[in-house]
Ligand binder design. Structure first.
Ligand code: CAA
Length: 389
C-alpha cells in the first residue's frame, strides 16, 4: 500500500516500524487470544519489548532508553496494537505516562534512578490520577500526602490504575493542600515495594484484558521528599501535561486496532461469497470499507501530526494539547466505528471468538474512555479554540 506522502519517514522511522511489526506479528499476535481469555499479564513479551527498546522509545540512551522521537514511538505503538491492544496499553503507559512525566519534570537524580529500570522493561511503570470519586473531574481527589520532616505520609485510594497489579514504580498524584483545590495537588514517584503500599483487586474488564488494572491504596505510606516530582502544588499541571503525551499514545493505539480490523475485513470481503459473488462486490460492503479506510487515514494524519507537534514542543516549549486531543478523539471514535463495521462485515464470524475481530471490537471501546473520555477531549478542544472556559 502507498506510503503516506505527507509524512515521509526517515530510515530510522522505517526501521523501528518494521522491527515492531515483525515482533508484533510473530510473537504477540499468536498469543493475543490466549492472554485475552486468561487475563494474565504477558510478562515474557513485555520483557522482550523492554530488551528491544520499546518500553522507553523517547528516553535518552543515557537513561537506558532508545533515544528516538515521538513519531518513532507512535509508529512502533501502532504496530504493537495491530497485533494486540493490551500489549499496547502496557507499552503506552510505560512510555508516555511514566517516562514522559519523569523526562519532562524529573530532576537529573530522579531520571538516573527511576528511568532505566522501566525503559529496560525490568520494572513496569504506572500513572495514578483517578480515584473512586474523581475521574473526569481530576482536581477533586481525596487522597492526601502530609509532610512530616523529610518525608510525606500518604493515605487514600486510587482506582483504574493501568498495570496497578504489577507496577514497581508509579507516578502518583495526591493532595498536599486540600484548601487550594487543584493547585494543592502534588506528584510523587512511588516505589511499590515499600510498606504501606497495597494493591487492590484486579478489575474484570470488557477488553484489553491482558493489561492488568486495579485499585491501589496507601496506608501511612512514607515517601521521602526526594521522590516528589516537581514542586508542591504543581501536580495537576504535571498530570495534564503528561496526559497530553499519553493521549497521542492512545490515538496510536486506536489507529493500530482500526487497521487490524480493517485489514481483516478487506480480506474477508474479498474471499467470502454470497449470492454468487464476493461480498466486497456488494455496494453495501464496499461503501463500508471505503468509509473505514478514509477514517483510518484521517486518524493517521491527526496522530502523526500530534506526534510532530509534541516533537516541536521540545524546542519551543509550546503545548500540544489541541493536537493531542483532536488525534485521540478522532482516532478512538474511528477505532470503535471500524471495529463495529468489521463485526458486521464478518457476520456470525465477527461475533465468534474463533477470529480476532470480536476482540478488536471489545478492545477499541476503552480508547474512548481512558486518558480522558471523548467528552473531555471535546471540552479540551472547545476551550482551546475559543479561549473560553
Ligand atoms: N497542560 C498544562 N497545564 C494545563 C493543561 C495542560 N494540558 N490543562 C490544564 N492545565 C492547567 C490550567 O492552565 C490551569 O492552570 P491554573 O491553575 O494556573 O489556572 C489548571 O491546569 C487547571 O485547569 P482547568 O481549569 O482547565 O481544570 P479543570 O478542572 O477545568 O479540568 C479537564 C480540566 C480538561 C476537565 C481535566 O480535569 C481533564 O483532563 N480531565 C480528564 C482526566 C483524565 O484524562 N483522566 C484519565 C486518567 S489516566 C487513566 O486513564 C488511567 C490509566 O492508567 C491510563
Amino acid at each position: 500500500m502507498a506510503q503516506n506522502t505527507l509524512f515521509p519517514l526517515t530510515e530510522e522511522h522505517e526501521m523501528i516500524r518494521q522491527t515492531a511489526r515483525y515482533f508484533a506479528q510473530n510473537e504477540i499476535a499468536p498469543i493475543a487470544a490466549e492472554f485475552d481469555e486468561s487475563g494474565e499479564f504477558p510478562y515474557k513479551t513485555v520483557m522482550k519489548m523492554g530488551q528491544m527498546g520499546l518500553m522507553g522509545i523517547e528516553i535518552p540512551e543515557e537513561y537506558g532508553g532508545a533515544g528516538m522521537d515521538t513519531l518513532a514511538y507512535v509508529l512502533a505503538l501502532e504496530e504493537i496494537c495491530r497485533a494486540d491492544a493490551a500489549h499496547g496499553t502496557i507499552m503506552s503507559v510505560n512510555n508516555s505516562l511514566y517516562g514522559y512525566a519523569l523526562l519532562k519534570f524529573g530532576s537529573d537524580a530522579q531520571k538516573q534512578k527511576f528511568l532505566p529500570p522501566v525503559a529496560s522493561g525490568k520494572v513496569v511503570g504506572a500513572y495514578s490520577l483517578t480515584e473512586p470519586m474523581s475521574g473526569s473531574d481530576a482536581g477533586t481527589m481525596r487522597s492526601r500526602a502530609v509532610r512530616d520532616g523529610d518525608t510525606y505520609i500518604i493515605n487514600g485510594r486510587k482506582s483504574w490504575v493501568t498495570s496497578g497489579p504489577v507496577a514497581g514504580l508509579i507516578i502518583l498524584f495526591t493532595m498536599t493542600e486540600p484548601a487550594k483545590a487543584h493547585r494543592g495537588i502534588t506528584a510523587f514517584i512511588v516505589e511499590a515495594d515499600k510498606p504501606g503500599f497495597v494493591r487492590g483487586k484486579k478489575e474484570p474488564k470488557l477488553g484489553i484484558r491482558a493489561s492488568a488494572t486495579s485499585e491501589i491504596a496507601f496506608e501511612d505510606y512514607r515517601i521521602p521528599v526526594e521522590n516528589r516530582l516537581g514542586d508542591e502544588g504543581e501536580g495537576f499541571k504535571i498530570a495534564m501535561a503528561v496526559l497530553d503525551a499519553g493521549r497521542i499514545g492512545i490515538a496510536a493505539q486506536a489507529l493500530g486496532i482500526a487497521e487490524a480490523a480493517f485489514e481483516a475485513s478487506c480480506a474477508y470481503a474479498s474471499e467470502r461469497e454470497a449470492f454468487g459473488q464476493k461480498i466486497g462486490q456488494f455496494q453495501g460492503v464496499g461503501f463500508k470499507l471505503a468509509d473505514m479506510k478514509t477514517r483510518i487515514e484521517a486518524s493517521r494524519l491527526l496522530t502523526y501530526n500530534a506526534a510532530l507537534a509534541k516533537e516541536r514542543s521540545k524546542l519551543t516549549g509550546e503545548r500540544f494539547t489541541l493536537e493531542a486531543s483532536m488525534a485521540k478523539l478522532f482516532s478512538s471514535e474511528t477505532a470503535c466505528f471500524v471495529a463495529d463495521e468489521a463485526v458486521q462485515i464478518h457476520g456470525g464470524m465477527g461475533y465468534s471468538k474463533e477470529l480476532p475481530v470480536e476482540r478488536y471490537y471489545r478492545d477499541a471501546r476503552i480508547t474512548q474512555i481512558y486518558e480522558g473520555t471523548s467528552e473531555i477531549q471535546r471540552l479540551v478542544i472547545a476551550r482551546a479554540v475559543t479561549g473560553l472556559k
